[in-house]
Ligand binder design. Structure first.
Ligand code: ADP
Ligand code: MG
Length: 419
């Protein structure tokens, strides 16, 4: 199906990181009960590391001797993989480090990536132990594909790497509020959804994005950033051309070219090399450049689309097929499709209509509901500027600082055990 895989070497040396508190607190028992024997039989040797606190995995991976490991695998929810990816990207040798094959065994309550890789291998849906066995089997097979990462910038200039989602409003609130029901497992999201529906609220903010395919004409719903007669209410939102960003530089062809290079050429055009006088001779520090993003205090480029609406129930950028084991949010998504799938729901949607959307999402049929409040766009970059004083933003299900946030996709940056 066009997906290119490599294979893990045999025998394969794996570090398996387990968060003993994830999900119902049974990750370790699930590992010994269902996975251990399977790995032994497949000659996958492993070292089990039980995390002791939040960011333990992140610190470990940041300092690990990666030449010792053929794969880093997490047995937890998506939160632990978020730690591992950010730990890898914080290293000086991030360009090599992020090539380490990553694996996931669902042991949490939010197992979105596990459900997604199961889905990518075109198997019928699976939950709980069945999903765990499927992911364990993939680890034994040892096929490695590519995984898109999304670079996220926060107002405090902090930068994060995300493999799953960026959420604001309803979805972020449900994710965080439902953590107190973690002991019930994946059904916590349905419970959280019902509770949040009862206190449904509207969130004010400004949203803009770079469409994956530049639309030839402004649509009715969205007005192109430079439209002179824009009826957009967000007049204070930066929306003209930045003089020093030429439209050619950020054109689609250019970014596709860049992305192809990125995988094959070590020091590709979107990698900056900073050489400080002290380190010039032997040590070069490099950082990944987000060529699609102006700085947060600058206006968005003219080829971006600025959303007219400012009243939202939710904004969700997702780059995998599943948001949770039973939320099939993007039926067409692939781990390395190079896309951010941007959904937003505008204010005015009724409670029953919103509930219908989430129930339909179990079968991936929410887009067929033809709900006029639901908008879906494929994008490469986006910016969100909340106006509402209070709210929650999550990245990969983890709360981040509330405020302006922007992101761009880097196709195929990481390696993922799947297929
Ligand atoms: P779940 O799907 O159940 O939420 P996650 O893997 O997302 O499971 O983990 C939940 C949170 O716990 C994440 O923020 C993660 O960073 C954090 N974490 C990881 N290891 C530990 C630990 N040993 N103790 C407490 N928190 C941890
Ligand atoms: Mg989580």
């Amino acid at each position: 199906d066009g997906v290119v895989y490599t294979e893990l070497r045999r025998p394969c040396r794996t570090m398996i990181l387990v968060n003993p508190h994830s999900g119902r607190g049974q990750a370790l028992q699930l590992f010994t009960g269902h996975i251990q024997a399977m790995l032994t039989e497949a000659s996958v040797s492993y070292t089990l590391v039980i995390t002791e606190h939040q960011n333990h995995a992140r610190e470990l991976v940041r300092n690990a001797d990666l030449s010792q490991w053929d794969a880093l695998v997490i047995m937890s929810g998506d939160g632990l993989l978020f730690e591992v990816i950010n730990g890898l990207m914080e290293r000086e040798d991030w360009q090599q480090a992020i090539q380490t094959p990553l694996g996931i065994l669902p042991g949490g309550s939010g197992n979105a990536l596990a459900a997604s890789i199961h889905n990518y291998s075109q198997l019928p849906p699976a939950w709980n132990e069945e999903l765990l066995l499927s992911c364990g089997f993939m680890l034994c097979k040892g096929l490695v594909g590519s995984l898109d990462l999304v670079s996220v910038h926060l107002a405090s200039r902090q930068r994060l790497f995300s493999f799953l989602s960026l959420a604001w409003g309803f979805v972020a609130d449900v994710d965080i509020e439902s953590e107190k029901y973690r002991h019930v497992g994946a059904i916590r999201f349905l419970m959280g959804t019902l509770v949040r529906l009862a206190s449904l609220r509207v969130y004010q903010g400004r949203l803009a994005y770079l469409p994956a395919k530049e639309a030839p004409k402004p649509s009715k719903k969205n007005v192109k950033a430079t439209h002179p007669t824009s009826t957009s209410r967000c007049s204070s939102f930066p929306c003209h051309l930045i003089p020093n960003v030429s439209p050619k530089k950020s054109s689609l062809t250019n970014c596709i070219g860049m992305n192809i290079n990125q995988n094959s050429i070590t020091n590709s055009s979107n990698v900056i090399t900073n050489m400080s006088p002290q380190t010039q001779s032997n040590n070069m520090t490099t950082s990944l450049v987000d060529s699609l993003l102006p700085s947060l205090d600058q206006q968005v480029p003219e080829n971006w689309t600025v959303v007219n609406e400012e009243d939202f129930v939710l904004v969700l950028a997702i780059y995998q097929s599943h948001l949770a084991e039973d939320l099939w949010t993007v039926p067409g998504a692939m781990a390395d499709d190079g896309l951010i799938h941007l959904f937003y729901v505008t204010a005015g949607i009724s409670r029953p209509a919103l509930l219908r959307l989430f129930l339909a999402m179990e079968k991936g049929s929410h887009l067929a509901c033809s709900c006029p409040h639901l908008v879906y766009e494929k994008v490469r970059a986006l910016r969100l500027e909340p106006i509402s004083q209070q709210g929650m933003i999550t990245v990969d299900g983890e709360v981040v600082e509330y405020g302006p946030i922007q992101a761009q996709v880097h196709p195929g940056m990481a390696k993922l055990i799947c297929g």
